[in-house]
Design a protein around this ligand. Structure first.
Ligand code: ADP
Ligand code: MG
Length: 257
């Protein structure tokens, strides 16, 4: 049985959604959990970061359009020990095609149902918008993790995201809970970064994960080699931080389940 289906969301781009989803998938996969990473962003960054250079079989797009059975789209990433439901650029068409579809918000949840029994964790990487794809991620998920970049804080942006989560709970997915906010890209040397981190903790005291992800050159480089941080630079500070975040995530899921 799936323990948790987590959507990584924030309508702001470049905050660390993909990096966090891929790194946690790799951390938990390496410790022996079965993990599926669903790439729900037409930019397909999670797919390439997982080491899938070219998607040869069907992708999440074909699964959402119900052209193929979802299991046929799953790709095993042996080096990282997790599975991926890859995306391609074609996925951008789904925004338009789903717009007029029946039960459009539930499409991902419906098509992924056959996979639920196979995994301990299903992670959904979502695009930088609050459009129909992100709403599908929030409807299919049991919880959300919100990466927040320490270099720049938009409290209005976070407030809008919280409103969207509340709307999704009322209308589509009452069980959706917020597991927490993850502070990413912290550069301890800059005052702004430390202030942003402190502000987030003040506004979301119980919801902010203790683990903070430091700014790291290694983790910015790893995706271009199609490797997780644990292959690319296993002893780096970012690898240590993401390992610790995986432990904290497991504890939170257990505690609040
Ligand atoms: P999002 O999915 O929210 O758009 P990404 O995870 O793709 O964000 O991160 C945006 C960019 O920042 C990417 O180039 C990524 O490699 C880089 N990045 C992510 N986390 C870190 C970090 N801790 N330190 C340095 N660079 C990072
Ligand atoms: Mg991304």
């Amino acid at each position: 049985m799936v323990r948790e289906k987590i959507a990584f969301v924030n309508q702001k781009g470049g905050v660390g959604k993909t990096t966090t989803a891929v790194s946690l998938a790799a951390a938990l996969g390496r410790q022996g959990d079965s993990v599926l990473l669903i790439d729900l962003d037409p930019q397909a960054n999670a797919t390439s970061a997982a080491g899938i250079g070219e998607v040869v079989g069907p992708s999440i797009y074909e699964a959402l359009m119900m052209e193929v059975e979802v299991g046929e789209c799953v790709v095993r990433v042996e080096d990282e020990q997790f599975d991926v439901l890859p995306a391609t650029r074609e996925l951008s068409g789904a925004e338009v095609e789903l717009a007029s579809a029946m039960a459009r918000e539930q499409r991902l949840k419906t098509v992924c149902e056959p996979l639920s029994a196979k995994y301990d964790w299903i992670f959904i990487d979502s695009p930088p918008s609050l459009g129909i794809l992100s709403v599908n991620a929030l409807t299919a998920a049991t919880s959300v993790v919100i990466p927040v970049q320490c270099e720049y804080l938009s409290m209005e942006g976070l407030a809008r995201l919280m409103e969207t989560l509340a709307l999704v709970r009322v209308n589509l997915n009452p069980v959706l809970r917020t597991l927490g906010l993850v502070l990413t890209m912290l550069d301890q040397r800059t005052r702004l970064a430390r202030e942003v981190a402190a502000d987030v903790r003040t506004h979301f005291p119980d919801q902010t994960f203790n683990t903070v992800i430091p700014r790291s050159v290694s983790i910015a480089e790893a995706p271009s080699y199609g490797q997780s941080i644990f292959r690319y630079s296993p002893e780096s500070r970012a690898a240590i931080a993401y390992r610790r975040l995986a432990t904290e995530l497991t504890e939170r899921v257990g505690v609040s389940a």
